[in-house]
Design a protein around this ligand. Structure first.
Ligand SMILES: Nc1ncnc2c1ncn2[C@@H]1O[C@H](COP(=O)(O)OP(=O)(O)O)[C@@H](O)[C@H]1O
Ligand SMILES: [Mg+2]
Length: 349
């Protein structure tokens, strides 16, 4: 294990995952820890919060944040599947891999390899061994489950039969110096039956497609070490010694219900050690509000406080660790972060 710890933020859309994950990352940075924040969530929020631009996606961005005069440093990656694939391809000296149009399509943000490549990126970063903690902001709701399933899909994809095919094709590649080997590959390595099938396919799709397809399979084969290496994460992410899970929700009945539903669907991940982070709580502000005794406003205050307490109490049978974060009454995102960093420093070291 090189990263000492992972922290994973999950939850349904709009509850504050990205905001809380960012504030958490900064609160750890304030303790002199070296932190990497990765967001798989394609939403723009992190870019707004930390002033990153789109061109920087897929790269490690070194970010500074002014925390009351103290400069906090943080590395941030906005997940970009194409860049991750390119990175692992370059490790095996394949630089023009994205000229293959099938791989180009597969590595688009919604191209099907997004989740798998996020896991690969995570493992890549673990191998670099640069950080004390890697914080992951996952896509909303069930997409975060796709992310986890993808680890299992790597295993299915590279099960022995696939490895056999890849090994066979791969051997032929090593003896081949030209990159444009697709057509010859068909003639050289593919069995009679498959050849016939590919022949039909090429009538429908054109020969170039079949060449591209075989080339894509071979390229993926040649990066298989990076994919299979990521399998290690399956165990690590389920181990409370190495990974903290945060289920983020906001303090509304329907959001809490959605959160509990997510927990049910991923019960093997949310162990007793995991946290529920209840965001946008109003009680702190309400307690500082002093309406006249006996007024309607006082009634309202009491009602709102009671309702929020009830909502939170309902969580106790599902989570041992309940963290509350206040609704920040400001439109300035810098102030949001400052206040939420302070909350993190109070609720969790
Ligand atoms: N504690 C908070 N107080 C006030 N607004 C918040 C708070 N947390 C998040 N928000 C706001 O809620 C919206 C959704 O937050 P975001 O972090 O993008 O959620 P998610 O990543 O879960 O979709 C944003 O507009 C953000 O400014
Ligand atoms: Mg988000």
């Amino acid at each position: 294990m090189s990263a000492k710890k992972f922290e994973i933020f999950s939850g349904t859309g709009g509850v504050g995952k990205t905001t809380l994950a960012t504030a958490r990352a900064l609160s750890l940075a304030a303790q002199e820890k070296k932190i990497l924040l990765i967001t798989i969530d394609p939403a723009k929020r992190l870019k707004d919060l930390l002033g990153l631009s789109d061109e920087k996606s897929g790269e490690t961005n070194h970010v500074s944040f002014d925390h009351d005069g103290e400069e906090l440093k943080l590395d941030v990656i906005l997940m970009n599947p194409e860049k991750t694939f390119l990175k692992i391809a370059q490790e095996t000296n394949q630089h023009d891999i994205l000229e293959n149009r099938i791989l180009k399509i597969l590595t688009r943000p919604y191209g099907g390899l997004n989740e798998i490549l996020s896991v690969v990126e995570l493992q890549y970063q673990v191998n670099q061994d640069l950080y004390d903690c890697i914080i992951l902001d996952t896509p909303p709701g069930s997409h975060f489950l796709d992310f986890l399933d993808s680890i299992e899909r790597i295993r299915v994809f590279f099960d022995q039969s696939f490895i056999d095919i890849f090994t066979y094709l791969g051997k032929k590649v090593e003896t081949n110096t030209s990159m444009n080997f697709g057509k010859r590959m068909v003639t050289m390595v593919v069995s009679g039956g498959v050849k016939k099938l590919l022949g039909y396919l090429s009538k429908v799709t054109g020969e170039k497609f079949v060449e591209d397809f075989i080339e894509a399979v071979l390229h993926i084969y040649s990066t298989k070490d990076a994919f299979l290496g990521a399998l290690k994460l399956q165990k690590t992410l389920r181990d409370p010694q190495h990974c903290d899970w945060y289920l983020v929700t906001s303090v509304e009945q329907n959001k809490l219900d959605e959160a509990l539903e997510l927990k049910k669907n991923a019960s093997d991940l949310f162990s007793d050690e995991s946290f529920i982070a209840v965001n946008k709580c109003l009680n702190e502000s309400l307690n500082n509000w002093n309406p006249a005794e006996g007024s309607q406003e006082e009634e309202l205050k009491k009602f709102l406080i009671q309702r929020e307490d009830q909502l939170k109490n309902g969580l106790q049978k599902h989570f041992k660790n309940i963290l509350s974060f206040p609704e920040i009454l400001s439109i300035d995102t810098h102030i949001h972060l400052i206040k939420l960093i302070q909350t993190w420093q109070k609720v969790r070291t």
